[in-house]
Design a protein around this ligand. Structure first.
Ligand SMILES: Nc1nc2c(ncn2[C@@H]2O[C@H](COP(=O)(O)OP(=O)(O)OP(=O)(O)O)[C@@H](O)[C@H]2O)c(=O)[nH]1
Ligand SMILES: [Mg+2]
Length: 325
């Protein structure tokens, strides 16, 4: 069967039918920051919101991609189409890491029900969550029923990214000992499920105890307490318990008014991410560059103008109410 030629007129309808060329083209346009890409995003938006979004975050090398590979297999077995977004924040030249991801998820490379997309941190703060949000929406509109978002949970940007997800897995490895204290509060807050991967290594019990202790520090009882699940991703051990827990969590979200609250929380984060991104762009591309930036910096270094005054000036130039700083 010959496929219809992809044109600017039929890209949306083809994309909504799950056409991979159409989806890939829109993602490329997004990456190139082409203005027509945003127009297309607006058109597909009403058809988004159907996919189950699962975040997988954790330190480099903790086994996120290996776990992702096992999760892909699980959802494929259930007959679901699976999208994967891998975010590599460490390097703008991601060839290596992402090539590695492709290899680790290689068993699905020829499966047309799986779409793997990699994103690198290129833009400034906020840009990555926006890019992820856009790509997730494209996959969602294309009919991928489950979208897995893999990211190294190191910075605020990554935490913001996984706030998009319905269910977040935070992957740790055993034997962190005191390092567990270093798990940032932000990470604790986003964890719907803790995965102790590499549970074939010693120290699993201790890590469970440490995580339970951290959870006990929560100031208020929360309606959901993240279960702590050991896995050996390379062997598939514990994956069934993990997918059960993901199901239980999504059922939890369906109950009472959790669903609505969670949806609003997610959309709020999206709004902030988009605003942040746009604002940052305006500032870096128009207000705080070149001679004007030089000028401000010289004034500041010479102590001839204070930074509050400069901020007020920029706000005024943007026609924004200055308010109180
Ligand atoms: N012993 C052991 N090794 C594992 C396990 N899971 C993954 N690995 C290995 O750990 C290494 C890193 O796994 P990845 O899945 O690439 O980890 P990652 O978190 O995706 O790594 P980055 O994307 O680079 O941050 C690989 O060599 C895996 O084979 C496990 O349960 N036990
Ligand atoms: Mg990986």
């Amino acid at each position: 069967m010959t496929q219809p030629k992809l044109t600017n007129d039929n890209i949306v309808s083809l994309l909504l039918q799950g056409d991979i060329r159409a989806g890939a083209r829109l993602m490329r346009w997004l990456e190139d920051d082409r203005p027509e890409a945003v127009e297309l995003l607006k058109q597909i938006f009403p058809r988004t919101g159907r996919a189950q979004l699962i975040g997988i975050t954790g330190n480099p090398g903790s086994g996120k991609s290996t776990l992702t590979d096992k999760l892909i297999a699980h959802y494929r077995k259930l007959g679901k189409k699976v999208g994967v977004v891998c975010i590599d924040p460490s390097s703008p030249f991601t060839g290596g890491a992402i090539l590695g991801d492709r290899i680790r998820m290689g068993s699905h490379a020829t499966d047309s029900g799986v779409f793997i997309r990699s994103l690198a941190t290129r833009g400034a703060h906020g840009g990555l969550s926006r890019a992820t949000y856009d790509v997730v929406n494209v996959l969602d509109a294309m009919g991928y029923e489950v979208v897995l978002i893999e990211t190294v949970g190191v910075g605020q940007d990554e935490i913001d990214i996984v706030r998009l997800a319905h269910t977040n897995l935070v992957v740790v490895i055993p034997g962190l000992g005191d390092d567990i204290q270093a798990i940032k509060a932000g990470i604790l807050e986003i964890a719907d499920i803790f995965v102790i991967n590499k549970a074939d290594r010693p120290g699993v019990e201790r890590t469970i105890t440490d995580l339970r202790y951290l959870q006990s520090l929560e100031p208020e009882p929360t309606p959901w307490t993240a279960p702590i699940l050991p896995t050996v991703a390379t062997h598939g051990d514990g994956i069934e318990a993990l997918t059960d827990a993901i199901l239980t969590h999504s059922q939890f979200l369906e109950t009472n008014d959790e669903r609505q609250k969670a949806a609003q929380r997610r959309q709020e984060h999206v709004l902030w991410a988009l605003l942040h991104d746009r604002f940052h762009k305006v500032l870096t591309q128009q207000m705080l560059r070149g001679e004007r930036l030089e000028h401000y910096l010289t004034d500041l270094v010479n102590r001839s103008v204070d930074p509050h005054t400069i901020v007020a000036e920029i706000f005024a130039a943007l026609n924004l109410p200055t308010g109180k700083s």
